[in-house]
Write a protein that binds this ligand. Structure first.
Ligand code: 9MR
Length: 450
């Protein structure tokens, strides 16, 4: 029997996906006394933007590794960094971040594929048809390199104008390709890495206003027409000119109600002391109150490297000391008490459990697609393992949203990016099987969780 599971591009050579999944489980099983582990207890990730150039600084790396469960390359995956001349991709800095994250069991957010800013100079002069070709080639090149390694991609960033009009922002893409460039980018992205969540990301869309209404209308239209969008990112850069909106949570919820996940993607709040801490608390509470808010990312580890360093907007000061905002976030995430706290997945003897159910989601004469849904029991979980036994003749040609190992015709599947689940929450993995003359259903064994 030939069992050909398509392994994943960059990671395939190093076997990093499987390693990362295993490390992630270990990472998240610690007591909930860090941001990442406390967020895991809530079924969320807690991430930070990272600059490759700082990874060699020991305090930076130590704080990053200890506290965060997801990273977003701050600049290293942008178009100017990855395709500075046409068709010639460079991934050195971005790879450094992804490799570091995987070695620590952290997930990676991809930022960003199509954006008017940080574009190399060769892009803007292209004519419409050439620009379309270049845009799709860029998406394919970047997503292809990281296929299977990115939990969510900012496919299009900041395509709407500020101000009250709700109009699209002028950019080479908008001006030459029209409104349809966003849809085209999402369709290309889905084909390039079907396992990645595809997000639209923007700022000043954090409350209900003309800009967020325009994004809302676009997402609603995409959902109604089957354009592949999975999530909306709310950058959430706040200061006294742009304070935390009082309807922040309501705004997240109305997007979630359209059937997309929501993520807080670039959080920073200028200020200090208890006022800053109180605003951070509101952010965490808003995300936890919206079940489709899957995680949050702060835009940097330490104030000293923030793009708004003068405003000291982050959770650690320039000496990596925890600020009051840090304690507020940890406490809002239910952390800090360590073992014995409700929701701490590291407690010995806690009742981590899961169930696995199988459905056939597509069927044709020579093959079918199967889906296995994993549902956490009464406690949050940080990892799961499910076994699927195939009829002897059948073979699996691809599998997504899971990491398989094989023994004969028994496939043991562990999470790729989707190990952490809140109590009662579900995720699923899917696979394509060739029937080879047998139309029988596979059997799904016991699901185990930690
Ligand atoms: O933090 C980034 C900073 O280092 C860059 O100089 C800047 C260049 O545009 O981009 C910053 O990140 C931006 C992000 O990519 C998109 N949303 C706004 C962020 C802050 O400007």
């Amino acid at each position: 029997m030939s069992m050909i599971v398509r392994r994943l591009s960059r990671a395939a050579t190093a076997g990093l996906v499987a390693a990362a999944a295993l490390t992630a489980a270990a990472h998240s099983a610690e007591a909930a006394d860090t941001l990442g582990s406390a967020a895991v207890g809530q079924g969320r990730y807690f991430g930070t933007a990272v600059a490759a150039s700082h990874l060699g600084e020991s305090d930076y790396a130590a704080t990053l590794d200890r506290e965060f469960s997801s990273v977003t390359p701050e600049n290293e995956m942008k178009w100017d960094a990855t395709e500075p001349s046409r068709g010639s991709f460079t991934f050195t800095s971005a790879d450094r971040i992804v490799d570091h994250a995987q070695s620590q069991g952290m997930d990676v957010r991809g930022h960003t594929l199509v954006w008017h800013s940080q574009l190399p100079s060769w892009v803007s002069p292209l004519g419409a048809q050439d620009l379309r070709t270049a845009m799709n080639a860029h998406i394919n090149g970047l997503m292809g390199h990281y296929k299977g390694e990115i939990h969510s991609w900012d496919v299009v960033n900041e395509a709407f104008q500020d101000g009250g009009s709700g109009a699209r922002r002028s950019s080479p893409f908008q001006d030459k390709l029209g409104d349809g460039f966003i849809e085209e980018a999402f369709r290309t992205a889905r084909a390039a890495d079907p396992a990645a969540k595809l997000c639209y990301n923007d700022y000043n869309t954090d409350g209900v206003n003309a800009k967020s209404n325009a994004v809302y209308d676009m997402v609603k239209d995409f959902k109604s027409r089957g354009v592949p969008i999975d999530c909306v990112g709310f950058q959430s850069h706040f200061n006294s000119n742009s304070p935390v909106p009082s309807d922040y949570r309501h705004n997240l919820q109305r997007f979630a109600d359209l059937g997309v996940d929501v993520q807080i993607t670039e959080l920073d709040i200028e200020g200090s002391g208890s006022a800053q801490a109180a605003d951070y608390t509101k952010m965490v509470e808003a995300c936890l109150a919206v079940s489709r808010c899957t995680g949050m990312t702060v835009w940097g580890v330490t104030d000293k490297y923030s793009w708004r360093s003068g405003g000291t907007p982050l959770l650690f000061d320039g000496d990596y000391n925890e600020k009051p905002a840090y304690g507020a976030v940890l406490s809002a995430l239910g952390g800090s008490g360590g073992p014995g706290d409700p929701g701490d997945p590291g407690d010995p003897g806690d009742g981590a459990s899961c169930t696995a159910t199988y459905t056939r989601t597509a069927d044709w004469s020579s093959g079918y697609n199967g889906q296995v849904t994993i549902t956490a029991g009464a406690e949050p979980i940080s990892s799961w393992t499910a076994t699927v036994t195939l009829p002897a003749q059948q073979s699996v040609s691809s599998l997504w949203n899971g990491t398989p190992t094989w023994s004969g015709n028994v496939m043991t599947v562990r999470p790729s990016w989707n190990g952490t689940l809140a109590a009662g929450a579900s995720t699923s993995f899917g696979f394509t099987a060739a029937k080879n003359g047998s139309d029988a259903a596979p059997t799904v064994g016991t699901c185990t969780a930690s």
